[in-house]
Design a protein around this ligand. Structure first.
Ligand code: SF4
Ligand code: SF4
Length: 451
């Protein structure tokens, strides 16, 4: 059995590794990070394309503006994300953890800075054991400054999804950002620095709930990172030209590379462990050793428990089909709801304190508040009228201008001669049309009178 990684103060010294999966993760990580950082800077029709404006309670996503009334779409999005996670975890194991989770992406970016500034793994171990010197001081300082710079950009980017991006950047450095947003920037900066710089896979093993419940989604046909015990054991060192069979050895040369490159500090040869984030670093490491020894690659590979036991892997299975179908239903429901969404919305609220009141002219008056929501990107004029009442007086505006993405409350009253009313309660309708849409919205309401 090889040595465990060096852990002074439980620190894991990750060895950098080259290979197919590392390239995939590195390029994927840079792409995802760039996408995250640049998205708030994408303009669309003179404003930020994606902005979750909490103050005005609206979410701008290119040409679509969502309001609290559209919460159902957000619920669908969460369900789509959840079922996509279930589907891909059942199929490919913890591929989310290894390649796309921000914790992993940022951790590997921080490790990249560590490697560039403090050197390779063995050099870092030696440096940490040695006393302070000028060289150690500048290297450590430079590393932490780089980590903090990336963390600060991350913190500002997080807030730029909620506050216009230029305001965040200029406001933060000029002190004009406001307390809540400045606090959020500082909070996300420290959280990034702490999580990716110091905590790393401790977050995955001790804090992330996903690591705990993933086992419920795994089955024997789920792709995991696995070590072929049959082929690898008995492990042991040997010369390249020596025949392992003659020495009574398997293909594992016990080089310990798979352990040294593991960000979780585990030995995959001990079997499937919940700390494994499926990053594939040990596969690249082992393939490198196999190439050097002239052995076939794949002693450690993406495989399934069934395959490791010599059996057959079922790609299509009931659990996977179930998750896939629910995912398709959720995606369809999301787009159908989005398509059916009208460009403006009207709500009618009755005065809760008084059913009706009598005016000095002897008319019966009911009071309402019409809530007009303009979900388009242009100013719109709303035309208002009531139907279902005999001749009546409309007290309030019949035309209201609502700017793009705005919500306006319009208090109005309807007054009717009581002798014209046949019942105590009359069913009425508010009919609203707008200048920017051909749709007409009709809202049912009631008009109360005295007995
Ligand atoms: S065991 Fe391999 S795949 Fe799992 S976390 Fe460690 S290096 Fe990544
Ligand atoms: S990298 Fe491969 S050969 Fe080296 S110890 Fe790990 S399993 Fe054995």
């Amino acid at each position: 059995m090889g040595d465990q990684p060096v852990h002074p103060n439980n620190k894991i010294y990750v060895r950098a590794m080259k290979g197919v999966f590392q390239r995939l993760r590195r390029y994927g990580g840079w792409f995802l990070m760039s996408l995250f950082m640049l998205t708030p800077w994408i303009p669309y029709q003179g404003r930020q394309a994606i902005l979750l404006d909490i103050e005005s309670q609206q979410f701008n996503f290119f040409s679509v503006t969502l309001f609290p009334q559209d919460l159902i779409l957000l619920a669908f999005l969460f369900m789509i994300a959840a079922f996509a996670l279930f589907f891909f975890t059942t199929f490919l194991g913890r591929v989310w953890c290894g390649y796309t989770c921000p914790q992993t992406v940022w951790t590997f970016i921080f490790i990249w800075f560590e490697e560039k500034l403090e050197g390779a793994r063995n050099k870092r171990v030696k440096m940490d054991k040695s006393g302070w010197s000028k060289d150690k001081l500048w290297r450590k300082t430079a590393k932490h400054l780089c980590w903090l710079a990336v963390s600060l950009v991350t913190g500002m980017t997080m807030v730029a999804y909620f506050v216009p991006a230029p305001d965040v950047v200029f406001g933060f450095f000029t002190g004009e950002l406001g307390f809540a947003s400045t606090f959020a920037v500082v909070f996300f900066t420290l959280a990034t620095y702490g999580n990716a710089g110091w905590m790393r896979t401790i977050v995955c093993t001790h804090m992330c709930p996903y690591a705990r419940f993933q086992s419920a989604m795994f089955d024997k046909d789920t792709f995991i990172v696995g070590y072929d015990v049959e082929r690898g054991e008995a492990r042991g060192p040997r010369r390249r030209k020596e025949d392992p069979k003659e020495l009574g050895l398997g293909d594992c040369v016990d080089c310990n590379l798979c352990v040294e490159v593991c960000p979780s500090g585990i030995d995959i040869r001990n079997g499937l462990q919940y700390e494994c984030i499926n990053c594939g670093a040990c596969i690249d490491a082992c393939d490198q050793t196999m190439d050097k020894m002239g052995y076939e690659r794949g002693l450690i590979s993406y495989t399934t428990e069934h395959r490791l036991e010599g059996g057959h892997t079922d790609m299509v299975r009931p659990k996977l089909i179930g998750y896939g179908l629910v995912l398709l239903v959720m995606i369809s429901a999301f787009f159908v709801t989005l398509n059916m969404r009208v460009n403006f919305e009207v709500d009618v609220l009755r005065d809760r304190n008084q059913m009706y009141r009598e005016t000095v002219e002897g008319l019966i008056e009911n009071t309402y508040t019409l809530v007009l929501v303009n979900k388009t990107q242009q100013t719109s004029v709303f035309q208002l009228k009531a139907e279902g009442l005999p001749e009546h007086e409309w007290v309030g505006p019949t035309e209201v201008e609502v700017t793009a993405g705005d919500v306006v409350d319009v208090p109005i009253s309807l007054a009717v001669d009581p002798y014209e009313l046949e019942r105590v309660m009359t069913q009425i309708e508010f009919v609203v049309t707008t200048s920017t849409s051909e749709d007409t919205v009709t809202i049912d309401s009631r008009f109360f009178s005295k007995r």
